[in-house]
Design a protein around this ligand. Structure first.
Ligand SMILES: Nc1nc2c(ncn2[C@@H]2O[C@H](COP(=O)(O)OP(=O)(O)OP(=O)(O)O)[C@@H](O)[C@H]2O)c(=O)[nH]1
Length: 441
């Protein structure tokens, strides 16, 4: 048996995936980026001598990392020196660190100051022109104690940064700029701490690492939720398609059943007809006549409406067979049945009683009326030209059902009347006790 994918498996799979996505979201969403001083970005020294006409001296010593030696000297109000990693030398298009979670710096420090400042400078046309970068780019600032550098590395959270107060005041920034921004960081600076004493310093920047989250947690959860939504939609869609298929299959099945029933119905009607009809003449056969009489009798018991019986027997029919052949005789029998059917009412039924003898069962018909019908038929047959130009006559015996006698006696009466019609010259109608016409008695 082949494996069949079920909806429950998709549900289980998505459940496991979602659980894993939530459990390991930190690892999945974060990437570590590395900045080496000798790498892709320009790294250089900075000091009050470069930017503020101070007297501090700096030089880079050979060796691994960016090894800065500086001597802070009197001159500028707040002597300083430090290392700057520039992400854009033009100071316009920095890097977007707003998705950054943690920043790690491998830094060696020697000097009389107790703190080191770290700046992430964010440029924006909202707070100054590019050429004024040195002053106008926002100072996202954190100051760490040199104690925390003992192991040569410091790890900072993005939330540790604040905007430097002096920058807000100096550039008269409106309050909305007092929040740190990291979407366009043009440089990272490691600078000697606030009020650093005059003296010799050594700053060695070995490596900078930061973790970025390339998809926000909100988006991550939104993606998981979307997957559930898609699965729910797929499930609904699949249910709809299956339901539609079921309905159409059901419809097709009932259509087929209807067709089969129609065929069976027609066939059973055909079989009933075949079982109750005489093949040669199309009149009821013996069995058909029996059913017919039974029903007529039940009706008669119910309503007491009269029931006329007319026995028809062709005269000298043997001679037709003998002279013209059996087939011609068959044609006459079929022609007679057709002729009678054409000239009686729909409620009257003709049956072949045997050989060349027929019985006409006339509902709601008394003896007088049945005799009249017989007479009409007698005249018709006598005047009719049958197949092959043959002419033939018939004799009629008529009786009617009444409350006095059972059916077999009525039959006997009709038979007796027919016998008399034959005996008295044929081509005549004899009612059981009524004479209908000059040729009828
Ligand atoms: N062609 C044909 N002949 C039939 C059929 N059934 C009965 N017959 C013939 O009908 C004839 C009936 O003959 P008889 O009983 O002597 O009666 P008749 O010749 O009509 O004479 P009367 O009834 O006395 O006028 C027989 O020759 C039967 O063979 C049939 O289905 N086809």
């Amino acid at each position: 048996m082949g494996f069949k994918w079920r909806f429950e498996y998709s549900l289980l799979l998505l459940l496991l995936l979602s659980a894993a996505a939530i459990r390991f979201s930190d690892d999945l969403l974060q990437r570590v980026r590395v900045i080496e001083p000798e790498g892709a970005f320009v790294t250089e020294s900075t000091s009050d001598r470069v930017h503020n006409s101070g007297n501090t001296e700096t030089r880079r010593a050979p060796g691994r990392g960016y090894d800065l030696r500086c001597r802070l000297r009197e001159g500028f109000g707040y002597p300083y020196c430090g290392i700057v990693v520039r992400f854009d030398p033009q100071r316009v298009h920095g890097i977007d660190l707003s998705g950054m979670r943690r920043l790690r710096l491998w830094l060696d420090y020697e000097g009389p100051a107790q703190t080191v400042k770290i700046h992430l400078r964010n440029a924006s046309p909202h707070y100054g022109l590019p050429q004024q970068e040195q002053e106008s780019a926002k100072y996202n600032h954190v100051e760490i104690t040199t104690d925390s550098l003992r192991h040569g590395m410091v790890e900072l959270d993005l939330r540790d940064f604040v905007v430097a107060n002096w920058w807000m005041q100096q550039f008269r920034m409106p309050p909305q700029f007092s929040r740190p921004e990291f979407d366009n960081i043009i440089s990272l600076e490691v600078i000697t701490g606030t009020d650093a004493p005059i003296g010799d310093y050594r700053l060695v920047l070995h490596r900078v690492e930061y973790d970025v989250q390339y998809l926000s947690t909100e988006r991550w959860y939104l993606a998981i939720m979307s997957m559930w939504l898609v699965l729910a939609l797929l499930y609904l869609l699949q249910r709809m398609v299956r339901l539609k298929a079921d309905v159409s299959q059901q419809r097709q099945r009932s259509q087929e059943l209807y067709e089969i029933n129609r065929v069976l119905d027609a066939r059973s009607k055909q079989l009933v007809q075949m079982a109750t009809t005489d093949a040669l003449t199309g009149a009821f056969n013996r069995k058909g006549l029996e059913d017919l009489l039974q029903q007529a009798l039940a009706d008669w018991h119910g309503h007491r409406h009269p029931l006329g019986l007319v026995l028809i027997d062709l005269d000298h029919f043997k001679a037709v067979n003998d002279i013209h052949g059996h087939q011609a005789g068959d044609h006459v029998l079929a022609g007679l049945a057709e002729l009678v059917r054409q000239h009686v009412r729909g409620q009257d039924a003709l049956g072949r009683w045997g050989g060349e003898e027929f019985l006409l069962v006339c509902r709601d018909t008394g003896l007088v009326q049945a005799t009249a019908i017989a007479e009409k038929l007698r005249a018709l047959i006598a005047g009719h030209e049958f197949h092959g130009g043959l002419h033939i006559t018939a004799s009629f015996g008529v009786a009617a059902l009444d409350s006095e006698r059972p059916l077999d006696q009525v039959f006997a009466a009709a038979d007796g009347a027919l016998y008399r019609a034959k005996a008295e010259g044929r081509n005549s109608v004899v009612a059981e006790s009524v004479a209908a016409s000059p040729t009828s008695r």
